[in-house]
Design a protein around this ligand. Structure first.
Ligand SMILES: *Cc1c(COP(=O)(O)O)cnc(C)c1O
Length: 391
């Protein structure tokens, strides 16, 4: 191969330059402008929801959701251990405490374990679930790699214990249920809040950016108000709440509107490429391409190879380095969050699958521009490198 095959890079094959130029020509580059509204409308239409607020990042979307969910200092929030740390940090921005609940085989939070935690370790008092003296106010449910969490189990639990559900759909724009109670429902539109990200490696990008939706349109209006410094009067600087500077800019939104035009095609390619890889990896004795949840249509944002570490005698770093030398960019799944310094004293519950998967998953190129020739090369080289480590 004469070039590096990237993991996941932006794709600007559409109207990106045209719309960004237009925003500059109009002079609307900051937190006001028609592209912001247009992007919000396009997202709402795509997600079959009433109202969406565009903001600066997925992290900002998660933080605003946390504020709006009423998470206050001293509260407890249930979170996943194996995901990007940005899903958990907003708990600490609110001076609340995360508790890490194990994942299931989808890599998303296991509702059965979360329920067991609530039953065995907590107590219902005055309509709230208490862990010791702390109210379990919310849970952050991440749809990992575009794979949807078991939302029926999650929503039943949330209902039984009066817990707000913040869906981190930053990796799952477009994933939706096709069967069951939530058939037709998109990731981020089932819980109380849904957060999206348009960072450079996500399925669409605005450079940096994000969005939030909520199960009530007025709540989204309030989130938009909070994101723009909570300004109450169009002419005077009157502020009735503590706001944030979290609004998306019109420049970002111009990129976003162009990317939304291409989103269905990006999803189509991600899904087709996944199927191509699936065939190519068939029968491989040292690893298995992880499936996506039955009864859902996933955007298939990221692909995971589960490596058999009983047979492959190498660290993930050795594997990644060897593939890099062969011009293939891969990565290990995230470091477990409860092992990171800021969280090392955190409470964990039922951990079993999270450390198992964290050790053996390799993500490999899933970029929308990848060719069949490149995918064939990727599979051949991964198989060859892993076989080399069995001796
Ligand atoms: C990307 C990502 C985020 C953060 O989004 P930003 O736009 O980068 O702030 C949060 N959670 C998960 C799971 C992510 O993958």
């Amino acid at each position: 191969m004469d070039h590096m095959i990237p993991l996941s890079i932006p794709n600007f094959e559409g109207n990106e330059r045209k719309y960004v130029d237009d925003a500059i020509d109009q002079g609307w580059v900051s937190t006001g402008g028609a592209y912001i509204t247009k992007l919000e409308q396009e997202l709402a239409k795509f997600l079959h929801t009433d109202n969406v607020c565009a903001c600066q990042s997925g992290t900002a979307a998660l933080h605003l959701s946390m504020v709006e969910a009423g998470v206050v200092p001293g509260d407890t929030v249930l979170v996943p251990p194996v995901t990007f740390i940005a899903a958990v940090n907003p708990v600490r921005y609110q001076f609340a405490t995360p508790i890490f609940i194990d994942c299931d085989d989808s890599l998303c939070m296991d509702p059965a374990k979360a329920r067991k935690f609530c039953e065995d370790e907590c107590e219902m008092r005055d309509g709230h679930l208490y862990y010791g003296d702390s109210i379990v106010r919310a849970m952050v449910v991440v749809h990992v790699f575009g794979n949807m969490a078991d939302m029926e189990g999650i929503m039943d639990l949330a209902h039984d214990y009066n817990i707000r559900v913040i869906e981190d759909a930053t990796e799952a724009l477009g994933s939706h249920y096709t069967e069951g109670r939530y058939a037709g429902k998109y990731a981020g539109t089932i819980g109380d809040f849904g957060a999206y990200s348009f960072n450079g490696n996500k399925i669409i990008t605005t450079g940096g950016g994000g969005a939030i939706t909520a199960n009530k349109s007025e709540v989204v209006d309030h989130l938009r108000y909070l994101s723009t410094q909570a300004k109450n009067d169009p002419h005077y600087y009157i502020h009735n709440e503590i706001g944030f500077n979290y609004r998306m800019t019109n420049l970002q939104a111009a990129l976003g509107v162009a990317q939304m035009e291409e989103l269905p095609e990006f999803i189509r390619r991600k899904q087709a490429n996944y199927n191509y890889y699936k065939k190519a990896f068939e029968g491989f004795e040292l690893g298995e391409l992880m499936p996506f949840r039955e009864g859902t249509n996933s955007n298939k944002w990221f692909y995971s190879l589960k490596i058999d570490l009983n047979k492959v005698k190498a660290s993930m770093r050795d594997i990644i380095t060897a593939l890099e030398e062969r011009k293939i960019q891969t990565r290990a799944i995230w470091g477990l969050i409860y092992e990171q310094i800021p969280y090392k004293n955190a409470v964990t519950y039922g951990l079993e699958k999270a450390p198992y998967y964290a050790a053996c998953i390799l993500n490999f190129p899933s970029t929308t521009q990848i060719t069949e020739e490149e995918m064939t090369y990727v599979v051949e080289q991964i198989e060859d490198v892993l076989r080399g480590f069995t001796k």
